[in-house]
Design a protein around this ligand. Structure first.
Ligand code: MIC
Ligand code: SF4
Length: 691
């Protein structure tokens, strides 16, 4: 790859002299299609690979079909089935059949249920250093462990990337994380990212790519790096990335993909916008206490908490080396009689390897429940803890209720901490107590698998020839409904709405559109799903919003706080509100992917210029954003010749007879998308409804 010399400065400002490049900017520069690589600018980048999973995938592929394309424009696109594999009714199986039929029409690899979790599978089978990857799942940055620029996005953005091979992105700044030293046994890669979350919080990565460098990097294997980049999503970062080095080559070689390797690193003395240092020698086992991934405390400081359930797996911690550590801890022991231990390996290849080397026997003999290689427990698809239970999980999110049990306390920990605690029955710090308990981690085997052969049985390769006028038929089950589309705003018209919900800071997409075994089967049925929108915060919301939608005012407004929409990439958190008539969300700040999902679906995200204004708005107030075209386009900070970037928009409160100053960070193109009533309308104004 050519060494580029991008110019860059603080947000919005171009620095003329060249500078020593970070790895993230090298890859961005290498993929740049339009715009200048300056933090804060909108740029178009080439997307080499895409991935989807089934629970966002049905919507992605309905949208792809609405674009009337032939073969995908990417080098490689994979449709994984991993989230929704319970098949409690026909709905899941119908979704899988639909996705498989779309994959066959457009040259997309189809990865069947049971093959494993999308991010682990992508790492093992398809990820390549230096490539760009866009995925309809917020943990797509797992690929950053291989030196990829791997970004999570909403479904429509991924559909467009498949159709056109492109993605528009606001150029992030780069947060450098300098690692020194090396981890002690019982301290894990999970503790590195928990430490970063402890220091920076769930919004500390917003507007950044997190790039790791320093002597500690070479002490970490690819799967350890992937644990860290995976949970960069919890920092709100655009993505996270590690260099591609000898460890990367070793990993790819062990997957029979040595030819995919490319050495990649930042320039020596590269300039970062901010730098954090973590000394691995000094880290201790950590836990994210209920109910946020940044509520991080040392395990030893939490005291002896009685544990009811331990769950090991998820895209964060289900690698071969993770599970070999677990097997080593469990070997020859039994779990505590009052603990339920559930383990989901990240891929069928890992499971097969554990079976072949005897580790699976050690795991089962200890009393563990081994379940399908899938997301499962992580997204509340079964294994909900008992009432008021304490559940230790090697996962990445512990939002209240995500486990399926509203009053459960979920702690996020490393696989090592999870496994030793399953034996003792109490939250246990292995570093302090393993020796006394006679448990040694010992020498761990080669931290990788050779599993391509095992996985092959789960892969349906696309047919070689696709004739755009003779596409194979679509398989559409009765639960697959057309997705809602926004309404264009005519020139001169206002956007009006009644306040139907007031929320606080850090609202998650799990709050907006909960997901569990009851609701995941309806990801392709927005009318049904919308009945549960915001159900945990205000069960009356869907009915009230619909009544307002169907009243003369015609639409609703949601008021949010900081970091509105953090968490998953699920577009359903925008589609369900759209279906319920929501036209605007006014918040203090927005999480990146949810902001894009709102825009793509024609819902206007505006930010309060004065935080205090938020508190003067009340439920049922009628708000109006007058002359939307004039207001949005006139003050666009990205439009040359526009008014000052700090010029405000006005939203009037018709009930209270006052007005508020709001700001936006929308590009001109994003404004046009909103005014068109969503991105599909903007791309193609006469798309026939699907289904
Ligand atoms: C999650 O971990 O929250 C999910 C389920 O993987 C989501 C995607 C979805 O809601 O389907 C994500 O992370 O984007
Ligand atoms: Fe699946 Fe959980 Fe990872 Fe989301 S966080 S992709 S649900 S394993």
């Amino acid at each position: 790859m050519a060494i580029p010399q991008p110019s860059r400065g603080s947000v919005g400002e171009t620095v003329k002299e060249t500078y020593l490049s970070t790895l993230a900017y090298k890859i961005l520069q290498d993929h740049l299609l339009a715009g200048e690589l300056v933090a804060g600018n909108r740029v178009k980048i080439r997307i080499d690979q895409t991935l989807t999973q089934d629970s966002t995938g049905t919507m992605v592929y309905l949208q792809l079909e609405a674009m009337d394309i032939g073969q995908v424009a990417t080098e490689l696109s994979v449709a994984y089935i991993d989230h929704n594999t319970l098949q409690t009714g026909f709905e899941n199986a119908d979704d899988h059949a639909f996705i498989q039929s779309v994959a066959a029409r457009h040259g997309i690899i189809f990865s069947k249920a049971g093959g494993g979790i999308c991010h682990q599978l992508h790492l093992e089978n398809y990820g390549k250093p230096g490539r760009s990857l866009l995925g309809s799942d917020s943990h797509t940055p797992t690929g950053g462990g291989l030196g990829m620029l791997a970004i999570g996005a909403g479904g429509l953005d991924v559909a467009i990337a498949m159709a056109q091979g492109e993605y528009w992105l606001t150029v992030p700044q780069v947060l450098g994380v300098r690692l020194t030293g090396s981890l002690r046994p019982w301290v894990s890669a999970k503790d590195i990212i928990l430490e970063l979350l402890r220091r920076k919080s769930v919004s500390g990565g917003v507007g950044y790519i997190v790039e790791y460098f320093g002597p500690g990097v070479s002490t970490l294997s690819v799967t350890e790096r992937a644990t860290i980049t995976n949970m960069g999503a919890e920092l709100g970062a655009t993505t996270s990335i590690f260099p591609s080095d000898q460890n990367t080559l070793d990993y790819l070689t062990s997957q029979d993909r040595g030819e995919d390797w490319l050495p990649l690193s930042a320039d020596r003395n590269a300039v970062y916008d901010a730098v954090v240092e973590i000394d691995l020698d000094n880290l201790v086992p950590l836990a994210a206490a209920p109910h946020s991934p940044d509520n991080v405390v040392a395990v030893s400081a939490l005291g002896s908490i009685k544990v009811d359930q331990v769950a090991i797996g998820s895209c964060t911690n289900s690698s071969y080396s993770d599970l070999m550590k677990v097997a080593t801890i469990l070997k020859g022991r039994q779990i505590h009689p009052q603990v339920s231990l559930v383990i989901a390996p990240g891929s069928a290849a890992i499971l097969a390897e554990l079976a072949a080397n005897g580790a699976l026997r050690d795991i089962i003999a200890a009393g563990a429940r081994v379940i399908e290689c899938a997301c499962g427990t992580c997204i509340g698809m079964g294994q909900s803890p008992s009432s008021g239970a304490v559940s230790l999980r090697s996962f990445n999110r512990n939002f209240k209720g995500r486990s399926g049990t509203d009053d459960a306390d979920v702690y996020l920990v490393s696989p090592e901490t999870a496994a030793i605690s399953a034996i003792t029955g109490y939250l246990t710090d292995g570093l302090a107590t393993a020796a006394d308990l006679g448990i040694r981690l010992g020498d761990l085997p080669d931290p990788v698998t050779r599993g391509a052969d095992t996985y092959a049985a789960f892969v349906v390769m696309p047919p070689e020839l696709i004739f755009s006028d003779q596409l194979p038929p679509l398989s559409m089950g009765p639960n697959i409904k057309p997705f809602p589309r926004g309404q264009a705003v005519p020139v001169g018209d206002s956007i009006t709405g009644r306040v139907v919900l007031m929320t606080g800071d850090n609202i998650t997409t799990d709050d907006i559109m909960p997901s569990d075994s009851r609701l995941l089967p309806y990801r392709s049925n927005i009318p049904h799903l919308s009945e549960f929108c915001y159900e945990k915060i205000d069960p009356s919301f869907p009915a009230r919003a619909k009544a307002v939608r169907d009243s003369p005012i015609g639409g609703g407004v949601i008021i949010g706080g900081e970091n509105y929409g953090q968490g998953s990439s699920r577009e359903h958190a925008a589609l369900a509100p759209l279906y319920l008539g929501i036209r605007m969300v006014l918040a203090t700040s927005f999480a990146r992917i949810h902001r894009a999902n709102l825009i793509n679906n024609g819902i206007l995200p505006l930010m309060f210029a004065e935080k205090a204004d938020k508190d003067s708005i009340m439920l049922d107030d009628d708000l109006v954003f007058e002359d939307a075209h004039a207001q949005l386009l006139a003050i666009n900070p990205h439009t040359p010749g526009s008014r000052q970037a700090d010029a405000s928009l006005l939203v009037k409160n018709l009930t209270k007879h006052n007005e508020y100053r709001l700001i936006h960070d929308l590009s001109e193109e994003e404004c046009q998308v909103i005014l068109a009533g969503g991105r599909i309308n903007a791309i193609k104004s006469t798309v026939p409804p699907v289904a």
